[in-house]
Design a protein. Structure first.
Length: 842
């Protein structure tokens, strides 16, 4: 086996022109043009509109190269393209060699007879994806996502690259993944299937290898597993000259189990399968294996049917978010940035990400990080919000894509689920697709998602569950968004305009999408909008907002909760608070009801360009208020307050619901406090509460010892302050609730008796001290009066604080840690530290 990478400096040109320009491979036309200053950065201002022509043209790439002698000496040489985006025709030394039309497939062509030992020339001509989908859409109009260039479903290309309600219309073109020559003699490993069977305290790992061979020779097959502490175990087999498969087993005693984040460590076993002929290595396959059992438990119960991921026998509450591609131009995402995003998810106690069906099957490095950080992956097949073609060639194309991606990812410890698509069953059920003219499309949907894909999954990856669609109740076209079975997308908050407390009336079995938008950090906005545009309804701010009327929605919700801000920066801050509060209210509700609900994945973790969106990490990876809130509301031990009963709420009349909610608060305050324990050990501690004025005068206080059994949520106390809170004082009073263990405060929350906009807040007089502590600084903050949503920032350095946007009641101290930016002193931190709270916004 000999490999020769073809990465590096290529040339490219617009088709039918003469000017060849330098190109970077892997890469894309847009990023190549950008590097040459031929187009402006599409993410700045409205430059997106000025670069539309790029994807409307055809482009050509070429490389001249010498083949390494040892590659050329092999019996067979293949050109392997891990990703061509998308409509590509290839020629090698003038011979037409192949055609590609699916960016999610790996293409492999036998080029043994086409290569020479002199100069070779490889050319790849890419057709415009936009021209293609437009032409196909004219022949056969298909339902496409409303904010996309119509016709996207005609092409197997990331749907969101044609535009989405958070993404620009910038479909890239080019060689977007690895490209190389692979030379083999005698035989190669076509694929390897690793499976694990757990019995008692032993795991049998089996490797089944499928072999492509060109010679009738005896071959040696070896499976070698190295444990995290370096112990090596091996199994060997001799394959007779006609054998095309071979299976090997290794028994691992006392296995070190792989756990999701916060449940235990993520030990990985180095695993290697090699194919030999005599002493000669013919091929090898390497990966990292995490040993664990996985089950999606669906059992009838008093609420319907459960939907719970069970890892190593432990029913997990899935906590996380939805993942979209990290850049409109995927080849721009650096390893460091990708790791920052996944690490941020883990730091916020997430244990699951859903790779959403409008994006991509991600790179190996994404799943490597998920394996390492203990992030389970809910993997959608890449279909979203559309009606797709029904011809056989489309089905054949998808079958190859599905098999390849299943085989590529099935050994992953992190991979938890294959899911058919995003919101398409919902489309058939609720969005008016079920028209008589569309019946053949509905039948094709049924065939694809209820037969073909589950059958391929069962055959290629029998150890992993398949789910037909998100959302679905697994009843095929019946109530896909049911709260009794399966997963739900809860869009009554935001899309339907209902108040945040509506989440409490939606007892999902597994909430796989729900969310609220906000603006990104000012430093992020600065990269795309001039100061003259720093206004919610300016042209550029609306250009960087893709959800119709999204900015207006933020403003409307803002007026429900907060006073109008006095400047743009405060508007950003308030938009982020709204987002954090909305999602917190949903998640806390579902976590309190963990006997019924088994997961909450908010929409969405990240962004693909700088924009106002549902993301908690913006395009540059900056933590919005929601990301910090997630670190609190996803903590394994959660103290939460429920201050309203859903039964009394008019969820179908949002305005009335909010009025009721406020009226209720004016005539007292009823609150229940709950401890949710997601851990596998019982947890004991103390809950302390205090009804107090904004200045910190205690009206009533209390304390409860609490023991929360493993994997449970308990109601700690029911508090009724009908006597203490009245129309006369409710704007000056708040309930503070704290969780303590071993003299340490673990969390603190506040329920103000009036909506924030009506609270009688005044300057809390925040005071800070800074102390150096090795590689970090510790900031201590105190407040004289209740400070809502204390916000810290360091001018001149992007840092992730240990906590941010938190409440600080009168007389309490908060301690926040920040990693020391290189060369910074305590004085430097003090000078650059910005501290604000809600009163600074109006
Ligand atoms: C969900 C997603 C996306 C969309 C988001 C916000 O339903 O599946 O289609 O971006 O809503 O509208």
């Amino acid at each position: 086996m000999n490999l020769q990478s073809l990465h590096g400096l290529w040339q490219f040109r617009q088709a039918e022109t003469d000017e060849w320009l330098p190109a970077q491979v892997p890469g894309s036309v847009h990023t190549d043009l950008l590097a040459l200053d031929r187009i402006p950065e599409p993410f700045i201002a409205d430059n997106e509109l000025r670069v539309q022509w790029v994807a409307e043209r055809d482009w050509e790439y070429r490389l001249t190269f010498q083949v390494f002698p040892d590659v050329l000496a092999e019996e067979r040489v293949f050109l392997v393209c891990d990703g061509l985006d998308t409509l590509a025709d290839l020629t090698l030394n003038g011979h037409s060699m192949g055609h590609a039309e699916n960016m999610f497939r790996r293409y492999r062509w036998d080029v043994t007879t086409l290569l020479t030992d002199e100069e070779n020339e490889l050319r790849i001509r890419f057709r415009s994806p936009v021209a293609y989908i437009q032409a196909r859409q004219e022949e056969q109009p298909l339902v496409s996502p409303s904010l996309s260039i119509p016709g996207g479903p005609h092409l197997r290309k990331a749907p969101c690259q044609f535009g989405w309600d958070w993404g620009p219309q910038l479909p890239p073109i080019g060689i977007w993944r690895g490209i190389r020559l692979e030379g083999y003699s005698t035989a190669r490993l076509e694929n390897v299937h690793l499976r694990q069977v757990h019995t008692g305290n032993r795991v049998k790992v089996s490797a089944r290898a499928t072999i492509e061979r060109w010679q009738d020779a005896d071959l040696g097959l070896t499976l070698r597993i190295t444990s995290p502490d370096g112990q090596v175990q091996e199994a060997k087999a001799l394959l007779k000259s006609d054998a095309t498969t071979g299976t090997l087993d290794v028994e691992i005693a006392a296995p070190q189990l792989w756990w999701p984040n916060d449940y235990g460590p993520q030990p990985l076993y180095e695993t290697e399968v090699t194919l030999h002929q005599g002493e000669k290595l013919r091929d090898r396959y390497d990966c990292h294996l995490g040993l664990r059992t996985l089950e999606l438990r669906q059992e009838p119960d008093e609420f319907g049917t459960s939907f719970t991921f069970v890892i190593n026998g432990v029913p997990i509450f899935a906590k996380g978010a939805n993942w979209i591609p990290a850049d409109s131009f995927p080849t721009r995402t650096s390893d460091t940035h990708l790791e920052h995003l996944i690490r941020s998810a883990a730091q916020a106690h997430m244990n699951m990400l859903r790779v959403w069906g409008g994006g991509l099957y991600e790179d190996e490095r994404f799943y490597d990080l998920c394996d390492v950080y203990g992030i389970l992956v809910w993997q959608d097949f890449i279909f979203s919000c559309s009606i797709y073609p029904i011809d056989e060639s489309f089905f054949d194309n998808v079958c190859v894509e599905a098999v390849e991606n299943i085989r590529r990812l099935r050994h992953r410890a992190s991979l938890a689920l294959w899911c058919g698509n995003n919101e398409m069953e919902w489309g058939w059920d609720t969005w008016g697709w079920d028209d008589p003219d569309y019946q053949p499309f509905k039948q094709a949907y049924d065939r694809m998602f209820h037969h073909l894909l589950p059958e391929l999954c069962a055959e290629e990856d029998p150890d992993r569950p398949y789910w037909p669609s998100s959302p679905s109740s697994n009843a095929f076209f019946k109530e896909p968004n049911s709260v009794q079975a399966g997963d739900t997308h809860n869009w009554m908050v935001w899309h339907e305009g209902e108040p945040f407390i509506s989440y409490r009336a939606h007892d999902s079995r597994f909430a796989s999408e729900f969310g609220f938008q906000s603006l990104p950090a000012l430093d992020t906005i600065r990269t795309y909008a001039d100061e003259s545009e720093w206004n919610m309804t300016s042209y550029i701010m609306e250009h960087h907002q893709r959800n119709t009327a999204g900015n207006g929605k933020i403003v409307t919700y803002l007026t429900d909760h907060f006073r109008l801000p006095h400047d743009f920066e405060s508007l950003i801050y308030l938009s982020q608070l709204l987002q954090a509060e909305a999602v917190r209210i949903g998640v806390e509700h579902w976590r309190r009801n963990r006997h019924r609900t088994s997961g909450a994945l908010y929409w969405q973790l990240n962004d693909c360009w700088p924009v106002a969106s549902w993301a908690s990490l913006d395009y540059f990876g900056r933590w919005k208020a929601l990301q910090y809130a997630a670190r609190r509301f996803y903590a394994p031990i959660l103290l939460s307050a429920e201050d309203w009963t859903p039964a009394a709420m008019h969820i179908h009349d949002p305005t009335q619901a909010l009025k009721n909610y406020q009226a209720h608060r004016e005539s007292g305050l009823q609150v229940t406090l709950h401890v949710t324990n997601d851990l596998t050990d019982q947890w004991s501690g103390i809950v302390r509460w205090s009804l107090e004025t904004l200045e910190g005068q205690r009206i009533e206080t209390g304390e409860e010892a609490v023991t929360a059994p493993a994997l449970s949520s308990v109601c700690v106390c029911e508090l009724d302050f009908a006597e203490q809170v009245s129309a006369g004082n409710y704007r000056q009073v708040a309930l503070v609730y704290e969780l303590w263990q071993d003299d340490e405060r673990i969390s603190l929350g506040v329920v103000p008796c009036a909506p924030d906009k009506h609270l009688a807040l005044t300057d809390p007089q925040l005071r800070c001290t800074v102390r150096e502590n090795g590689a970090s600084f510790e900031i201590e903050i105190t407040a004289q009066r209740l400070a809502r949503f204390v916000w810290l920032a360091l001018e001149g350095a992007d840092v992730v604080f240990s906590d941010n946007y938190f409440d600080l009641p009168a007389g309490r101290t908060a301690s926040v840690i920040l990693p020391a930016p290189e060369g910074w002193t305590t004085e430097h931190v003090l000078e650059s530290l910005q501290v604000r709270s809600l009163t600074d916004s109006f």
